[in-house]
Design a protein around this ligand. Structure first.
Ligand code: ADP
Ligand code: ASP
Ligand code: MG
Length: 387
C-alpha cells in the first residue's frame, strides 16, 4: 500500500472545527487506500503563548525546560486529531516525537534530527491505523526532549517521509509557495516548482511557508515536497531536485534580527559565545578591521542575557536590534545581477529606510533595514523585478 506523510500546520488545526475537517480529509485519503502518517503542529498561536508564559516567569528560561514546555503544544493537537479520527470510525493512534523515534542532537530549541527509527509508526501503519505524530520535537541520545526550532514540524514531516519511503505533503493556509508572501504582496504568483536551493534560500530569508531545515533534509534524502492549502483546491508547489534557468524566484522579508558590528579580531570570541547559546549567525561579513554579522533571534530565547554577555566580552561591539528587518531577493545567478542590488537599495532609499547592511551570495541579495519599511519595500521590489 502506498504511504503518505501529511503535515498540517498550526492554522490548519487552530480550533476544534478545523481539527474535525482535517480528520475528514485524512479519513478520505485513508479510505482511498493509502497509509497515512500525519504530522501536526500546535494549535494556532499555542507555541507563541507558551513562549510568552515562559518569558513572564524568567527573561532567560533554561532551554531544557523551554523544550519541555513548547513540545506540549504539539502533544495537544496530536491527541485531539486522533480522537477526531476515531470518532469518524477511523482507527488512529498518536505518538510524541520521542515515541516516533525522532532522534536529535541535544541542542535545545534548535536541535537537528540525526536519525529516525520509526518502528512504532511502521507497526501501527501495518495494523491499518492512521498514525499521528507530534511535529517539531524529538529526543536526544541522553533521552532529553528537544525541539527543532520554530517551524520545525515541516522537518519532522520530511524526515518521517524519508524514513518511511513515503510521499511528503505539507498543508498550510496558502496554496503553495509564492513569489512573495501573498499576505504582503497581493501580486505574488504561486510557483509551480522550485529547486531545493531556491526554496532553502527563500525559507532562510523569511518565507515561513516551508522550513529551511526541512528543505535541507529533503535535498539530502532526495524527497519531493508538495506544498498545498489545507482547505483549498489541488494547486501546489513542488520542491525537488534539478535547477532552473537563471531567474528571480521571489522576494522574502524577515523580522526579529540583530546586527552586530565589532573588530574583526573578535570574530572567534563572538562566534564562540553565540555557539555556546545555540545561536547561529545568518550572515557574516568582514572587511578590513571590522566584521559584522546578522543574527536571527527567532530561536534565541535568552537574547537579553546573551547580548549582555557579548557586550562584556567585546567592549567595542555595537548592536542594532530594535525594529531591524531584512528584505531579500532570491534567485539563480544573482551575484552578477547589479540590477537587483540597485533596485533594492533604490527602493529602500525612496522609503526613507536606507540599507543598514547588505549581504550577497550567488542565490540571494539581502538588505537589512528598518522593519517598518519591509512590506512597502517587498511590494516595490516585487513589482520591479518579478512583475
Ligand atoms: P503553518 O502554520 O501551516 O506551518 P506558516 O505560518 O508557518 O504555516 O506558513 C504559512 C505562511 O507563510 C502563510 O500564511 C504566508 O503568510 C507566509 N509566507 C511567507 N512567505 C511566503 C511565500 N513566499 N509563499 C507563501 N506563503 C508565504
Ligand atoms: N509549533 C511550532 C512553531 O510554532 C512548530 C511548527 O509550527 O512547525 O514554530
Ligand atoms: Mg510553519
Amino acid at each position: 500500500m502506498p504511504t503518505v506523510v501529511q503535515k498540517y500546520g498550526g492554522s490548519s488545526v487552530a480550533d476544534v472545527q478545523k481539527i474535525r475537517k482535517v480528520a475528514e480529509k485524512v479519513a478520505a485519503t485513508r479510505r482511498g487506500g493509502t497509509d497515512v502518517c500525519v504530522v501536526v503542529s500546535a494549535m494556532g498561536d499555542t507555541t507563541d503563548e507558551l513562549l510568552s508564559l515562559a518569558k513572564q516567569v524568567s527573561p532567560a528560561p533554561p532551554r531544557r525546560e523551554l523544550d519541555m514546555l513548547l513540545s506540549a503544544g504539539e502533544r495537544i493537537s496530536m491527541a485531539l486529531l486522533s480522537m477526531a479520527l476515531q470518532d469518524l470510525g477511523v482507527p488512529a493512534i498518536s505518538f510524541t516525537g520521542s515515541q516516533s523515534g525522532i532522534i536529535t542532537t541535544d541542542a535545545h530549541a534548535s536541535a537537528r534530527i540525526v536519525e529516525v527509527r520509526p518502528f512504532r509508526v511502521q507497526e501501527e501503519l501495518a495494523r491499518g491505523k492512521v498514525v499521528i505524530v507530534a511535529g517539531y520535537q524529538g529526543v536526544s541520545s541522553k533521552k532529553e526532549v528537544t525541539t527543532l526550532g520554530r517551524g520545525g514540524s515541516d522537518t519532522t514531516a520530511v524526515a518521517l517521509a524519508a524514513a518511511l519511503g513515503a510521499d511528503c505533503e505539507i498543508y498550510s493556509d496558502v496554496a503553495g509557495v509564492f513569489s512573495a508572501d501573498p499576505r504582503v504582496v497581493p501580486d505574488a504568483r504561486r510557483l509551480d516548482a522550485l529547486s531545493y536551493d531556491e526554496m532553502q534560500e527563500l525559507a532562510s530569508a523569511g518565507a515561513k511557508v516551508l522550513n529551511a531545515q526541512a528543505i535541507e533534509f529533503a535535498k539530502e534524502k532526495g524527497i519531493a515536497v508538495h506544498a498545498r492549502s489545507t482547505f483549498g483546491g489541488p494547486e501546489e508547489t513542488v520542491v525537488r531536485g534539478g535547477s532552473h534557468p537563471e531567474r528571480i524566484a521571489g522576494v522574502a522579508t524577515q523580522k526579529e534580527l540583530a546586527l552586530l558590528a565589532f573588530p574583526a579580531a573578535s570574530l572567534p570570541e563572538v562566534l564562540a559565545r553565540l555557539e555556546a547559546r545555540g545561536a547561529a549567525a545568518a550572515e557574516i561579513a568582514a572587511a578590513g578591521e571590522r566584521a559584522s554579522l546578522v543574527l536571527s533571534l527567532e530561536n534565541v530565547h535568552d537574547w537579553p542575557v546573551l547580548r549582555a554577555e557579548l557586550a562584556r566580552a567585546v567592549p567595542a561591539l555595537s548592536v542594532a536590534d530594535e525594529g531591524l528587518g531584512a528584505v531579500s531577493v532570491v534567485g539563480t545567478g544573482l551575484s552578477a545581477a547589479h540590477r537587483v542590488l540597485r533596485e533594492l537599495t533604490t527602493a529602500l532609499e525612496g522609503l526613507g529606510a536606507p540599507p543598514r547592511a547588505i549581504f550577497t551570495s550567488a542565490l540571494r541579495v539581502t538588505a537589512c533595514c528598518d522593519a517598518k519599511a519591509l512590506a512597502d519595500c517587498a511590494r516595490a521590489v516585487h513589482r520591479k523585478l518579478v512583475g
